[in-house]
Design a protein around this ligand. Structure first.
Ligand code: E4P
Length: 226
């Protein structure tokens, strides 16, 4: 399973990348607003210089010509750029054209299996089902992931299922059990993945026992040279 970090914050991206387990980045207009700055293209280029993997950058246009024009400009920024396109009629048409032009796409704002099926038929590189936002309205987001993974397997679609709108580690666990290709998550969730209270308790005990062992050795009471 690939791990993407869902942020446009450069220091968070650098920190996540330094962990050595980061495969890519997803951004969106809301995340850009949160990160701040004034030069969108330069910001995306900087992310691409940090991470050796796919970096999703979203178009703002909602008409075919506008999406195509923004997509070409974004794709020209860096070879890591994947153009994020909304799951609307003109977006689907653009995804088809962009595939023919060899430009990778991430089809975003997916909330149903039919949307995911159409995006795969259009040739999207990634489909982004937003599971947290479904959970927010009392609809089980994880069921959507199961359905999409099954449908793509049934027909051998190469489109990768990129689980988005992840809120907590169990979303990652369940996505991995289902076999989704990618999980994009806030950096806080990436850090939560490695946390376990028994690890912390166990490590504290090892360290205090080691100190006691050393103190005893220095005092000559255990007969071992340190
Ligand atoms: C995915 O690509 C989106 O940027 C993101 O996961 C949306 O998450 P949210 O529902 O927490 O805003």
């Amino acid at each position: 399973m690939k791990f993407f970090v869902d942020t446009a914050d450069l220091s968070e991206i650098q920190e996540a990348s330094d962990m050595g387990v980061l495969d890519g980045v997803t951004t969106n207009p809301s995340l850009m607003r949160k990160a701040g700055g004034s030069d969108f293209h330069e910001h995306i280029r900087m992310i691409c210089e940090i991470v050796d993997g796919d970096v999703s950058a979203e178009v703002i246009a909602t008409d075919y010509e506008g999406i195509m024009s923004e997509a070409r400009a974004l794709a020209a920024l860096h070879e890591n750029v994947v153009v994020k396109v909304p799951l609307i009629l003109d977006g689907i048409k653009a995804i088809r054209s962009l595939k023919e032009q060899g430009i990778k796409t991430n089809c975003t704002l997916c909330f149903s299996p039919t949307q995911a099926l159409v995006a795969a038929k259009a040739g999207a590189t990634y489909i982004s089902p937003f599971i947290g936002r479904l959970d927010d309205i009392s609809t089980p987001g994880m069921e959507l992931i199961e359905q999409i993974v099954q449908i793509y397997e049934n027909y051998g679609f190469p489109t990768q299922v990129l689980v988005a709108s992840i809120r907590h580690p169990m979303h990652v666990v369940e996505s991995a059990i289902i076999g989704a290709h990618v999980a994009t998550m806030p950096f806080t969730v990436i850090k939560q993945l490695i946390k376990h209270p028994l690890t912390d308790i166990g490590l504290d005990r090892f360290i205090s026992d080691w100190k006691a062992y050393q103190a005893a050795a220095e005092a000559g009471s255990n007969g071992i040279d340190v």
